[in-house]
Design a protein around this ligand. Structure first.
Ligand code: NA7
Length: 538
């Protein structure tokens, strides 16, 4: 075994929030030689690709940003509670410029494969531009919702109109004026896009497979006094969100909803509803995720809201979720979503009552035996979440093992950050870490800082490789499953369960144990303090 250095100390894949901070940390804090490969033509990741109408953040902006640049926390002014895609992209461009990050990023370059060379202890990485580079460490900063799910609808190639997927929307936008538009899907993306598209389109037809529980976003300007108070208390805010369950300043009500009077809980529900945002979801009564009866009470409130908002009772009934527990799918935040169905120009086609999509035709979509004529189809059909972006990298670990094979029955990781058989490979917000169940920048920063410390420790101790042990990995996989099994989450066909992708194993993908991101952070820190317990180092 030799210890020859590669072309780079580290290759980072992706230049969104996670890749930018990973580059900054390894290059400017540790002084490493780093190359970032990014498929897009600029930085931004999610915020580079998702340019559909209405695309905006669902977490409050004051915590949906980097907290490691303390001066920027003070200087940057967000225009609203939840900034839109263009504003977040502008922010990330600014960060890249401010820290001179672009000089180490190869844009328009997709990593097509990576293989661990066991003789040299280096990763050999290939790109679609013909690069072959070697690096000691390989870090996947590829995002969790970046592998587009485009269902194989029969006949799509026949369609004479134009079609788009929300996650690959044209940079120049799409003019829907005077058009007959179809939107397929009613997830968080569609819930943002539908009211916007409905304002332009002559006719909008929404194809719903599963109705969704929505709560109002309540976007708008933030009171300057609130902003000033937050800026004055940023150290406190950062400490709190890092220790919190979800990377947000949201905490469950430490009481069972079953122990409340109808009046008391109605007041609480109204308060959360009026505040808008994720509070209704993740600052609700604590038994809501565990007890079906408790969950039914919260769900009932939201169902009543739909009935009182949607004027046509038949449409309202079809928009009311059925057959799964509230909160077990990703919570969409809406701005006039249900109100949009009161427009004469908006039609709901519900798979359960009107019939599912059968085919795309030359002139539109056929569902339930009926033809809907369309000029433009917008597919808001989501992503192959969490594992999709990683398996797409075609990584080969020891003995040529691949993630696709290793993860045949669901992801297998240690701490959601490393995998047995794949030395010196790290994933940022990977499956089996809190990731998508948290405010992403908080989890991204935690992983980046943990990986940076790990690499720094290895260098100081003269280590060449680090690799999760199979035993530690087995225990983590079992622990992740056990944490999910105690909740209502596993009973729902959600992308958290891989259920949106035909053939994907039904396994709960993120980690929700240790009472969330704070406890998980402590667990990761303990592992490091214990000499990287559960890892083999050479
Ligand atoms: P989601 O939440 O996966 O939503 C996708 C929607 O598309 C959802 O309503 C799906 O119905 C529907 N869908 C998916 N495949 C089909 C097919 N084959 N036929 C009909 N309808 C289909 O993705 P989003 O982009 O909205 O949100 C992803 C995340 O991005 C979001 O949670 C935020 O974290 C950001 P289903 O519910 O599966 O029955």
């Amino acid at each position: 075994m030799t210890d020859a250095a590669g072309d780079f100390d580290a290759v980072v894949i992706g230049a969104g929030f996670s890749g930018l901070y990973m580059l900054k940390s390894l290059r400017d804090s540790l002084g490493l030689k780093v190359r970032v490969f990014e498929a897009g033509d600029s930085v931004g990741g999610t915020w580079y690709w998702n340019r559909y109408p209405g695309a905006r953040c669902d977490s409050d902006a004051y915590i949906y940003c980097f907290t490691w640049d303390k001066q920027l926390l003070q200087d940057w002014q967000w225009s609203e509670r939840y900034p839109g895609q263009a504003e977040i992209l502008r922010y990330l461009e600014h960060v890249a410029q401010r820290h001179d990050l672009k000089r180490d990023i190869a844009f328009g370059t997709r990593v097509t494969s990576g293989a661990f060379d066991e003789q040299r202890n280096l990763w050999v990485v290939h790109t679609d531009k013909g690069d072959e580079v070697t690096a000691r460490f390989l870090i996947a900063a590829v995002g969790t919702l970046s592998a587009t799910n485009m269902p194989q609808f029969e006949g799509l190639e026949r369609f004479k109109g134009r079609w788009y997927h929300t996650s690959r929307f044209p940079h120049a936008g799409v003019d829907f004026t005077g058009k007959r538009v179809g939107v397929v899907g009613t997830g968080a993306t569609a819930v943002q896009a539908i009211p916007e598209i409905a304002q332009q389109a002559k006719q909008l037809t929404v194809f719903q497979r599963t109705a969704n529980y929505c709560v109002p976003a309540r976007n708008g300007k933030v009171d300057p006094e609130v902003t000033a108070a937050r800026k004055a208390d940023y150290d406190g805010i950062v400490r709190r969100i890092r220790e919190s369950p979800f990377g947000q300043e949201h905490y469950f009500i430490e009481k069972s909803v079953l122990e409340t009077t109808p009046e008391e809980r109605e007041r609480e529900f109204d308060r959360m509803w009026d505040a808008g945002g994720f509070g209704f979801w993740i600052a609700n009564y604590q038994d809501m995720f565990f007890d079906q009866q408790a969950n039914d009470i919260c769900a009932d409130y939201l169902k009543r809201k739909i009935r009182s908002t949607v004027k046509d009772p038949a449409v309202a009934e079809r928009l009311i979720p059925k057959g799964y527990a509230y909160g077990t799918k990703r919570q969409p935040l809406d701005t006039n979503y249900f109100e949009t169905f009161n427009k004469d120009s908006v039609l709901l086609v519900d798979a359960a009552t009107d019939g599912a999509i059968e085919a795309i035709t030359e002139t539109g979509i056929r569902a339930g035996g009926k033809e809907y004529t369309l000029d433009i189809i917008v597919f808001a059909t989501g992503f192959d979440a969490m594992t999709g972006p990683l398996t797409a990298l075609n990584l080969q670990g020891r003995g040529g093992c691949t993630l696709t094979e290793e993860w045949e029955h669901g992801p297998r990781t240690y701490l959601g950050v490393a995998m047995a058989g794949f030395p010196n490979l790290f994933t940022i917000t990977g499956p089996q870490s809190p990731s998508v169940l948290s405010n992403m920048p908080v989890s991204i920063e935690q992983h980046v800082e943990w990986i940076t410390d790990c690499i720094d420790t290895m260098r100081r101790e003269g280590r060449t490789t680090i690799e999760a042990t199979p035993q530690a990995q087995d225990e983590w996989v079992a622990h992740v499953a056990e944490a999910a099994a105690g909740t209502l989450m596993t009973g729902t066909n959600s992308w958290y369960m891989g259920a949106n992708i035909p053939g994907k194993p039904r396994v709960f993908l993120p980690y929700l144990g240790e009472a969330g991101v704070g406890g998980y952070r402590r667990k990761c820190d303990e592992v490091a303090a214990d000499g990287y317990a559960g890892f083999a180092l050479t």
